[in-house]
Design a protein around this ligand. Structure first.
Ligand SMILES: NC(=O)c1ccc[n+]([C@@H]2O[C@H](COP(=O)([O-])OP(=O)(O)OC[C@H]3O[C@@H](n4cnc5c(N)ncnc54)[C@H](OP(=O)(O)O)[C@@H]3O)[C@@H](O)[C@H]2O)c1
Ligand SMILES: *[C@@H]1O[C@H](CO)[C@@H](O)[C@H](O)[C@H]1NC(C)=O
Ligand SMILES: *[C@@H]1O[C@H](CO)[C@@H](O)[C@H](O)[C@H]1NC(C)=O
Ligand SMILES: *[C@@H]1O[C@H](CO)[C@@H](O)[C@H](O)[C@H]1NC(C)=O
Length: 317
């Protein structure tokens, strides 16, 4: 049970990765300012979290079952919390999906939206009314750099993150009136199970219905560069947890929070050319002219930090 003065934090998707990292960092706060309700859809997956939490488990960290895709599960979980009082809601649960659109089932695409978009919306819908009534609260969404810039072969995942960005950008305006804050955290690549799940998924899928040329682009250009970018630029869940804690503790939290400063130029491209041409051609150049070779990450950064920001240096396509 939370003690007087402690902030109650509910986090979704804590069985691994970023959610686990945030839960542990907040629960182990030296000043014990947080009471963390770490949730996951299947408590059988709790061991890694319990181990990482150490003696915080049972003190400043407790576990509850919550599946963001189920109305009943969400309601049951929130109803079981004392006075339904949540000071900070962290929407972290999410799934990825990569591959050529022609080779993905509509069902798989809907599942991504069901989790990444409707899952966060379902949580916010359940928790926000109490926050508004109390004139206090902070809602955080673990979005992605891909919620600000689309990336080839991540079309549907990126769209799901754009969707939640648009939803929150709209909602934040109203919430300001109720003294409730909304913050987006936008990580670049992070070493979690996400990465492994992506590789495992791609190796077992055939992407039936996709032409050979597209498949070749996907396998020989995109995949090696994605793996390379993860290796070269990947952050740790701990890094994302640190940024999240900073955002929570900031007296004036910002709406956007990129966790990896190396990605700032990607977003800058968008605003540097309002026609969108610059972004599209830069990413084309990165994938097809620089991609599929070693050290893509180094080239990527060189490209982003100098060359490609100057329109004329982009090779004609
Ligand atoms: N890793 C990256 O490169 C990266 C970059 C930018 C943003 N993100 C975002 O960060 C968030 C966390 O991802 P991660 O990297 O930590 O991946 P992860 O290690 O795969 O963790 C994802 C978590 O979400 C949970 N989850 C999935 N569906 C759920 C549902 N219906 N209800 C409740 N929980 C559910 C998973 O639970 P199970 O164990 O039950 O599957 C798992 O705990 C996601 O929103 C992701 O989009 C990740
Ligand atoms: C607004 O929220 C903050 C943080 O939750 C709280 O400290 C402050 O008292 C609230 N202000 C009003 C006017 O309710
Ligand atoms: C978001 O928050 C982090 C941590 O406080 C900060 O470093 C960053 O500059 C913020 N904003 C953006 C746009 O990244
Ligand atoms: C977009 O940029 C590319 C590369 O610089 C150029 O070749 C193309 O003509 C531009 N298209 C438009 C519509 O401006």
């Amino acid at each position: 049970m939370a003690t007087e003065g402690q902030k109650v934090v509910l986090i979704t998707g804590c069985s691994s990765g970023i959610g686990l990292g945030i839960a542990v960092m907040l629960a182990r706060d030296e000043m014990k300012r947080y009471y963390v309700i770490a949730t996951m859809r299947d408590l059988k997956r709790k061991d890694k979290l319990v181990e990482a939490a150490g003696d915080a488990y049972g003190r400043t960290l407790s576990l509850l079952t919550l599946d963001v895709c189920s109305d009943e599960s969400v309601k049951q979980c929130v109803d079981s919390i004392k006075d339904r009082h949540i000071d900070i809601l962290i929407n972290n649960a999410g799934v990825g999906l990569v591959g050529p659109v022609e080779g993905l089932s509509m069902e798989d695409m809907k599942q991504v939206f069901e989790t990444n978009f409707f899952g966060a919306v379902r949580m916010i819908k359940e928790v926000m009314p109490d926050m508004k009534r109390r004139r206090s609260g902070h809602i955080i969404v673990i979005s992605s750099v891909m919620g600000l810039q689309g990336v080839t072969f991540n079309d549907v995942y990126s769209a799901s993150k754009f969707a939640i960005e648009g939803f929150c950008e709209s909602l934040a305006i109203q919430l300001l009136k109720f003294n409730v804050t909304l913050s987006m955290i936008e990580p670049g690549p992070v070493h979690t199970e996400f990465e492994m799940k992506m590789i495992a998924d791609v190796s077992k899928k055939e992407f039936a219905g996709t032409d050979a040329e597209t498949l070749q682009h996907f396998r020989t250009y995109y995949l090696p560069s994605a793996v390379n970018i993860f290796q070269g630029l990947g952050q740790r869940p701990k890094d994302i947890a640190k940024v999240t804690k900073k955002v929570i503790e900031s007296p004036r939290p910002q709406f956007h929070n990129l966790t990896n400063p190396l990605y700032t130029p990607i977003v800058a491209l968008k605003y540097a050319d309002e026609t969108g041409n610059l972004s599209v051609h830069t990413f084309y150049h990165m994938l097809y002219n620089l991609g599929g070779v070693m050290d893509v990450s180094v080239r990527l950064m060189k490209c982003l930090t100098c060359g490609c920001l100057r329109r004329q240096t982009i090779s004609p396509v």
